[in-house]
Design a protein around this ligand. Structure first.
Ligand code: SAM
Length: 284
């Protein structure tokens, strides 16, 4: 392979600003997410909608019904709470955590007062779990491991690991950057088959897939004031193991081509797009 490796020409950079100000990192994003709570359903993909087979629900079903009744489950970055009804109906204690107060208000509305009374709401960032050490049986994070600073992600994963009891499990979904690449390539194929020129098809793909909002090299996505991490599956598996998790499993959550996805009308015969579902354990 004839590929230059620019890093070999670089000097060794000196570390700068080694202090990580976690609360500062969380504040602006908490406000940004809170602002999106009211219009959330129109702007974000719902991995729990009826047309989707979500492996995460299967992962939760692996837990015996009777055992679940005495377990504590934490929905970390619960958003407007699409997972909460499943959890409230099965688990003994349910924690709903989100740093965006507007999201927790939406959860309370979704659940209604009776079911909501069964939930302990925590308005804080996902890395602030010191008071929950070794107390959680199941942690879930659905499209909420999205802070774009990898140092925040490492701290968050380590603290989730420590919040779990030995034998506890961590399940979730992450937005996948490899699927954005796949979706773009499928759409490019479809436009070319429709007779568009090379230049025009590339322009259409870049526009419809909003390439200008992504940083593909670092797996970042910026949508208004919200900045999100998009993941490669191997990257997440590595980060989970780095935090201490074992028996890591990654499974695709496939999305059917429907009106929520760019170019869906001409993609019906193309392989689907996806997010990544994961399952990991604290074994010790
Ligand atoms: C894309 S939404 C997903 C919400 C929900 N889990 C769902 O499946 O619809 C991401 C949510 O995670 C929350 N979030 C993101 N990073 C967070 C963090 N570091 N601490 C707490 N909440 C966070 C946001 O406020 C938002 O409600």
């Amino acid at each position: 392979m004839n590929r230059t490796r620019p890093t070999t020409r670089m000097g060794k950079p000196k570390p700068q600003n080694p202090e990580l100000d976690l609360p500062h990192h969380a504040d602006d994003q908490a406000n940004a997410w809170s602002g999106s709570a009211a219009d959330y359903a129109n702007e974000f993909l719902d991995p729990f909608r009826d047309s989707i087979e979500n492996p995460l629900l299967g992962f939760l079903q692996e837990i015996d019904d009777e055992a679940a009744k005495s377990m504590t489950v934490a929905d970390l970055g619960c958003g407007t709470g699409p997972l909460l009804p499943h959890l409230v109906d099965r688990f003994g204690t349910v924690i709903a955590l989100d740093f965006a107060e507007g999201m927790l208000d939406a959860c309370r509305k979704r659940l209604g007062p009776k079911r909501s009374a069964k939930v302990r709401y925590l308005n804080r960032a996902m890395h602030e779990l010191d008071d929950l050490k070794v107390s959680v049986d199941v942690a879930a994070a659905v499209n909420s491991l999205v802070m774009p600073d990898p140092r925040v992600v490492d701290t968050t994963l380590r603290n989730i690991f420590e919040a779990l009891k030995p034998g506890g499990r961590f399940v979730g979904v992450v937005p996948s950057v490899d699927a954005i690449h796949h979706h773009s390539l499928m759409l490019w194929d479809a436009y070319l088959d429709q007779g568009y020129s090379l230049e025009e098809s590339e322009r259409l793909v870049a526009t419809h897939m909003e390439h200008s909002l992504y940083d593909f090299a670092f797996g970042k996505f910026e949508f208004g004031a919200i900045r999100q991490k998009f993941w490669q599956p191997d990257e997440l598996a590595f980060k989970l193991r780095k935090a201490g998790f074992e028996n890591v499993e990654m499974v695709k959550l496939e999305y059917p081509w429907d009106e929520s996805l760019a170019g869906y009308k001409i993609l019906k015969n193309h392989p689907k797009t996806w997010d990544w579902t994961f399952k990991a354990f604290r074994t010790v």
